[in-house]
Design a protein around this ligand. Structure first.
Ligand SMILES: *[C@@H]1O[C@H](CO)[C@@H](O)[C@H](O)[C@H]1NC(C)=O
Ligand SMILES: *[C@@H]1O[C@H](CO)[C@@H](O)[C@H](O)[C@H]1NC(C)=O
Length: 403
């Protein structure tokens, strides 16, 4: 005991001397070598947290309450195994049955949004993908949708009325996406190979990682932790999924995805659901796999239009409230009620709305408090605050004197 303690402290002293010498010898190496994970793959610099996993598919209400509403990712182990494509979609089947389908191919399995893409037939892709640096990322055409099913957890409650896109991801593995987020909910089911995701919570202020674009330009294989130093303080989450698993990626969560081995996945995007529709679960008990061929999806164009429209309307509406408030430093409860009434927000729970705006809890709403409430929260508080295309603008001039 005594000897080993002595030996340990002797080793410590030797190490100390060595490290002092090393520091002296390399004075201006400063910290580079000592920033853990610097210039290493994303996720190397700190121990990631685990994404929650379930071994049975939650019912739609549970899925809404515990995952989509709070925006919490979850892995659904083996959930994709009941989807016909999981067993049907071999290379032979795909080129035989859907060989003529034209698909969009990205050049480069390591995503680079300044690189190009092109269209080719699925048959052509299947014959060459094992040796080429290519990645099919394509909205699944109608005829192929018959082989897909959407998981029971989205089979009622309103999810299926908000579908945006259903996309196939097909490569020989080795794909690396950029670190990015999506402005919609994402359920990704893997039929072949495996994927690894590094994720960052939507509630973290990660804008500094975005270098003036809607995604991060960081090299995910060699992360410059000096440039992206904010990353050092953010919790990372890691998820590993294999063939047969699905993962829910909530909107606005940052994610970076790598794939391994022959890799085939299908994901569904939908616009976030703000209110669960109980009625729609009365006939459909929430245990059916929906056939996407029978549902309407918005196209990308419609998606971006809708999202833009949605955000614009909330910017406009916020400005409307601010316009009414501008003369008055603070609005009382009664005053704020009047302001909202004039803004035509539809039915709301006023006390909830009031307390959401009243961030400093002084029982009054200031101009700044209205300005600072995040868009996301605005859209949740006013789910019925619909876009009114033109026509009613003129009469919206607020009458400030009345306040
Ligand atoms: C993406 O491609 C462009 C042009 O081909 C190149 O200059 C840039 O360095 C690439 N970005 C990454 C992250 O590899
Ligand atoms: C809720 O679902 C029912 C049944 O599908 C439907 O008739 C109703 O319009 C839905 N309500 C809303 C607000 O979407």
């Amino acid at each position: 005991m005594a000897y080993s303690t002595f030996r340990n402290s002797r080793i410590q002293i030797i190490l100390l001397i060595l490290s002092l010498y090393y520091c002296r010898a390399t004075v201006d190496v400063s910290s580079d070598a000592f920033i853990k994970g610097h210039m290493k793959p994303l996720g190397s610099h700190r121990e990631p947290l685990a994404v929650e996993e379930l071994t049975s598919i939650p019912n739609p209400k549970t899925f809404y309450d515990l995952y989509t509403k709070p925006g919490k990712p979850v892995i659904l182990r083996n959930a994709a195994k009941a989807i016909p494509a999981f067993s049907l979609w071999t290379d032979e089947y795909l080129s035989e049955k859907f060989g003529n389908v034209q698909v969009l191919v990205e050049e480069g399995k390591k995503e680079n949004r300044s690189k190009g893409n092109f269209m080719t037939s699925l048959k052509e892709f299947v014959s060459s993908y094992k040796t080429e640096d290519l990645y099919v990322v394509h909205t699944i055409p109608k005829e192929m949708r018959e082989d897909i099913r959407m998981l029971p957890c989205v089979s009622c409650g309103g999810f299926a009325e908000r579908l945006l896109d259903i996309v196939m991801w097909f490569s020989s593995g080795g794909t690396k996406s950029v670190l990015h987020n999506d402005g919609s909910e994402n359920l990704n089911c893997l039929f072949r190979g495996s994927k690894e995701l590094i994720m960052i919570n939507k509630n973290v202020n990660y804008n500094a990682l975005f270098d003036n674009s809607g995604f991060s330009n960081m090299d995910v294989d060699k992360v410059d932790l000096k440039k992206y130093s904010d990353l050092m303080h953010m919790d990372l989450y890691k998820a590993k999924i294999s063939a047969g698993d699905c993962i829910f990626i909530p909107q606005f969560w940052l994610h970076q995805v790598r794939s391994f081995d022959s890799n085939l996945a299908v994901n569904t995007w939908w616009a976030q659901l703000f209110k669960f529709n109980e009625t729609s679960c009365q006939q459909n008990k929430g245990d059916t796999y929906l056939n996407p061929a029978k549902y309407e999806f918005a196209t990308y164009e419609v998606l971006s239009f809708r999202m833009a429209q949605c955000i614009i309307i909330y910017i406009e509406r916020r400005n409307q409230i601010l316009g009414v408030m501008s003369k008055h430093k603070k609005a009382t409860k009664q005053g704020f009620k009047k302001i909202l009434k004039r803004s035509d927000v539809g039915p709301i729970q006023f006390s909830v709305v009031f307390s959401a705006f009243d961030s400093n809890k002084d029982d009054a709403i200031s101009f700044d408090e209205v300005q600072e409430l995040p868009y996301e929260q605005l859209s949740k508080l006013f789910p019925n605050w619909q876009y009114e295309p033109e026509g009613e603008e003129e009469e919206m001039e607020p009458q400030r004197d009345e306040l």
